[in-house]
Design a binder for this molecule. Structure first.
Ligand code: NDP
Length: 344
């Protein structure tokens, strides 16, 4: 079956595409330029089941339809919607974060109806669950039943880009569920919402970030620890919940095969909470070649009791995926990060 994957060149999407191809799916990836289409094909060795099309404006359903028609490709039977801005280097929260996330979601749902697909997997975020205003909340365990209270207005007027990003993700997800409840016309497809925590992990070969400056926001958190030098200071932990990128990709593929069972569900994808000292400790253990340049800090010190926890088990059980350990995740990522930095 043909699966449309939006933002196919993205960090998570590249792993999703790879696993879909391995599982025998026909993949139709969308990107924003023909250069990026070529790059996507290259990363996946021009796999015969992969096509890449250019959809520059993800908020316009007709751009997708025109691109699919122009390339004479078979229409999708499922959609995995990953394209959305995840960057804090933005100036206008409304046009750079909120609109593409929310209007992009609406366009995808309209497209799903147009093609009468069976399943839409919507890549949301722990940001849609987390309530920053509640503070560190030790004793609280966030689950997939929790909702961020952030509104569109909160996003527009946010004091900083991370808050605006979280609002964009939360409102985009709410928009999707409201769409499904639509009074006149109840869509026939299954909607599954996946809410990953901060996603860490290696880039696929050939898909590494071209520079540290262009590093995706989540792997940047790991680099901010690793780069400090052996005796450097470990920065405060910013977003203390994480998951490995391969597990996130696996969850997307499983969502397709478990479409009926997961229809209408929201899954929190998190391996657990972490602190930056833990990243340093795990990276030093996992990467002997870089042991002497990764900060030592206060080895073994943990912040676990100073803030909330997350339910890491429900989605793991439901999907039948055992989450990768932090050490295992950093083992392949950290050497790549030092490699990117050394080429600059
Ligand atoms: P990347 O930045 O690597 O990929 C984002 C993708 O979305 C790219 O293909 C990018 O295209 C595309 N995109 C961004 N802004 C726009 C826009 N305005 N119009 C069209 N396309 C756009 O991010 P990730 O792989 O990390 O994230 C993918 C998805 O997962 C996002 O929805 C993100 O919110 C979500 N997510 C990520 C987490 C993480 O920790 N990484 C955690 C939870 C959720 P281009 O390359 O052309 O900019």
């Amino acid at each position: 079956a043909v699966v449309l994957v939006t933002g196919a060149n993205g960090f998570i999407a590249s792993h999703v595409v790879s696993q879909l191809l391995d599982a025998g799916y026909q993949v139709l990836g969308t990107v924003r330029s023909s250069e990026k289409a070529q790059e996507v094909l290259k990363v996946h060795d021009s796999h015969q089941n992969l096509n890449a099309i250019v959809v520059d404006n993800i908020t316009d359903k007709t751009e997708y339809i025109d691109a699919i028609n122009a390339a004479s490709l078979a229409p999708p039977k499922a959609i995995i919607h990953l394209a959305a801005p995840f960057s804090y280097a933005v100036t206008n929260y409304e046009s750079d974060l909120l609109r593409p996330a929310i209007k992009g979601t609406e366009a995808i749902l309209d497209l799903a109806e147009h093609y009468q697909v069976k399943t839409v997997v919507h890549t949301n975020s722990f940001a849609c669950i987390y309530d920053a205003a509640a503070g560190p909340a030790p004793g609280k365990t966030y689950t997939a039943s929790d909702w961020s209270p952030l509104t569109y207005e909160d996003g527009v007027k946010a004091a900083n880009a991370p808050t605006a990003y979280r609002a964009a993700k939360a409102v985009a997800e709410m928009t999707a569920w409201e769409y499904m409840r639509g009074a006149q016309n109840q869509p026939a497809f299954n909607l599954i919402s996946l809410c990953p925590a901060m996603v860490f992990g290696a880039f696929l070969p050939g898909a590494e970030s071209s520079s540290i400056a262009k590093l995706n926001e989540s792997n940047k958190l790991v680099w901010d620890v690793a780069r400090q030098g052996r005796d450097g200071c470990i920065p405060p932990t910013k977003a203390p919940v994480w998951i490995d990128v391969r597990d996130v990709a696996k969850a997307h593929v499983k969502a397709l095969t478990m479409s009926e069972k997961l229809a209408g569900k929201r899954l929190l994808l998190a391996a657990g909470v972490y602190c930056n000292q833990e990243i340093a400790d795990a990276a030093r253990r996992a990467c002997p070649a870089f042991r002497e340049v990764i900060p030592v800090g206060e080895t073994g010190k943990r912040e676990a009791d100073t803030h909330f926890k997350v339910d890491a088990d429900s989605a793991s059980k439901m999907l039948g995926i055992e989450w990768t350990s932090l050490e295992n995740s950093l083992k392949s990522l950290v050497p790549q990060l030092f490699g990117i930095a050394s080429r600059e």
